[in-house]
Design a binder for this molecule. Structure first.
Ligand code: 1CP
Length: 524
């Protein structure tokens, strides 16, 4: 009833404004952006899907107000932004005559009301709009405006190839068990429950910032939250790592899973051979199951208060597939290997579906506030180079393409773990930076990627962290000097990191020494 009432009221207001609108159209083009349906369509939701608006109404409301638009997505009940708010952000009138200004103002209101009516009408008559809104490109600047200004953008500058104030540094698993405060805080919280509680995830993400002068944060979560949220039972078993209760190894199991996923979004009766394409279409809706991650990101970026940018992340399709098929820790990788050699088409089907899900998940993380993204191909080393090119690279590429279609300027980093052969194959990929492992030579890898207009992140051996803290500083200095020379300018397109994550038995003081040594490098 409220929706119908609002619709009727909006219709009346719209009709009343039509005359003024027509006059204004003929007299000025200064505010044409208000009147062109394409421009309205393009800017209005600015990539906030209706679901994201539900998740962060205040932020989204501010976003649409800032753009002088209408918060239709949240509606159902079509509440226009107040004219005072809209006026605050309306481009200043260029017409001097007051009478004309009145006409223009009326036109603005009228045009916008008409647009609103059109949107509400479409929204009440078709659900297709959801996916159209979800498909709209959004720039980082539009999202940045919702958060505290960034005081330390060295990581972003490094990725863009701009000069930096110091070599930026962060490490993988910087929130983790090597920190006594992490152990204390998590002792009564099951692993996935930590990820699912935005306050807890935020708290854990921020813990290392209390100790270290880090240049980036990474949201506390896990690459396995996707399967967990999509109904595949996975347990973090002490001493064993993740265990999937039911290994996924047959076509029948996968088809059943596709069917279940479709049922979640209200789709049934699709022929088995078409299910994958249908799941791909529904991927934006499916990843709403991970709303807690988006909330954690929004909260954490707000609380970080611009100290450093925040990474969102996901696992690669290949890496997820290894976890699904092996189901538990393995040294032999028997099951995933058997499948790629006996059922390659089936594996490709799984990987393609996963790539679309990963991409939509990353897009939602960006819209929630993630300032850059890292994709973890943690099981890249399981595949020989030729098979990596066939079973992992195309899906990593697809993820980056899909993400960048919708978030064109989001920086993306790829970690092909322990797969040094991957570096050359990535010189022409859509990723901006490659995170390299310790087997690669930093100087040479950096040169190779610089020539391709890309950067590297990494790669000091994590085992260096077992040296005494004073020695860690010295080793870090030597490592940088060897790669870049002693008196060279600060390297561009480089982010310092370890080649892999922190282990639980590492001394936090060693990480402190590493971070400080990196920052001191090249300091005048
Ligand atoms: O008790 C605990 O705290 C469990 C340890 C732990 C932690 C701290 C796990 C279990 N996951 C995480 C958090 C996590 N995982 C983060 C955010 C924290 C941060 O980095 O600061 C990130 C980015 C990940 C990503 C992740 N999870 C990867 C990719 C990175 C990598 O190490 O290659 C992988 C492979 C996982 C799977 C995973 N999660 C946890 C375990 C024990 C494992 C298995 C690792 C393996 O198979 O070797």
């Amino acid at each position: 009833a409220a929706r119908t009432g609002a619709l009727v009221a909006a219709c009346l207001a719209g009709v009343a404004a039509v005359a003024a609108l027509a006059m204004a159209l003929s007299s000025t083009s200064a505010h044409a952006q208000w009147l062109s349906p394409q421009a309205m369509e393009g800017q209005a939701m600015a990539g906030f899907t209706s679901a994201s608006v539900r998740a962060q109404p205040t932020l989204a409301h501010k976003a649409v107000v800032r753009m002088g638009q209408y918060n239709v997505g949240q509606l159902g009940a079509s509440i226009p932004t107040s004219s005072a708010e809209a006026a605050q952000y309306t481009p200043g009138p260029t017409l001097a005559a007051p009478a004309l200004s009145v006409v223009v103002s009326m036109a603005l209101v009228g045009g916008a009301v008409l647009e609103m009516v059109r949107r509400v009408w479409r929204r009440t008559t078709t659900r297709q709009d959801d996916s159209q809104w979800a498909m709209m490109a959004v720039s980082c600047a539009e999202i940045d405006a919702q958060f505290p200004p960034l005081k330390n953008d060295n990581v972003l500058r490094a990725i863009r190839g701009e000069p930096v104030d110091r070599i930026p540094v962060w490490v993988m698993r910087q929130a983790g068990r090597y920190l006594p405060e992490y152990v204390e805080y998590t002792k009564d919280k099951e692993f996935f429950s930590r990820c699912q509680n935005p306050e807890v995830a935020c708290h854990l993400t921020l813990q290392p910032f209390e100790r270290f002068d880090l240049d980036a944060g990474i949201i506390f979560s896990d690459i396995l939250v996707i399967p967990e949220a999509l109904g595949m039972e996975v347990k973090m078993v002490k001493g064993q790592g993740p265990v999937f209760v039911t290994p996924l190894r047959t076509k029948e199991q996968w088809y059943e899973l596709e069917k279940e996923w479709l049922a979640r979004v209200g789709v049934s009766g699709v022929a088995t051979e078409d299910q994958d394409e249908e799941v791909i279409k529904k991927a934006p809706e499916l990843v709403e199951a991970l709303n807690y991650v988006y909330q954690a990101i929004t909260l954490t970026r707000t609380k970080l208060d611009g100290r450093a940018p925040l990474f969102g992340f996901c696992g690669s399709p290949w890496t997820l597939f290894v976890y699904f098929s092996e189901a538990r820790k393995t040294k032999t990788y028997t099951e995933c290997s058997k499948l790629i050699y006996t059922e390659p088409e089936f594996v490709h089907r799984i990987l393609k579906v996963l790539a679309h899900i990963c991409a939509q998940y990353l897009i939602r993380q960006v819209k929630a506030g993630a300032q850059l993204l890292q994709v973890f191909d943690s099981h890249a080393n399981v595949l020989p180079p030729k098979q990596w090119r066939e079973f992992s690279l195309p899906y990593l590429t697809l993820i980056a393409q899909l993400v960048k279609e919708e978030c064109p300027d989001i920086p993306m980093v790829l970690l092909p773990k322990d797969a040094p052969f991957a570096l050359e194959m990535l010189t022409d990929s859509p990723y901006d930076m490659v995170s390299i492992d310790p087997t690669l030579d930093l100087g040479k890898s950096h040169q190779l990627m610089l020539a391709a207009g890309k950067g590297v992140q990494g790669n000091m051996a994590p085992t260096t962290m077992y040296a005494p803290p004073e020695k860690v500083g010295q080793l870090a200095r030597e490592y940088l000097i060897e790669a870049f020379g002693e008196s060279a300018p600060l390297p561009r397109r480089y982010i310092a990191n370890l080649g892999a994550g922190m282990n639980p038995d590492m001394d936090p003081a060693c990480l402190g020494a590493f971070v400080d040594a990196i920052h001191e490098f090249g300091a005048k």
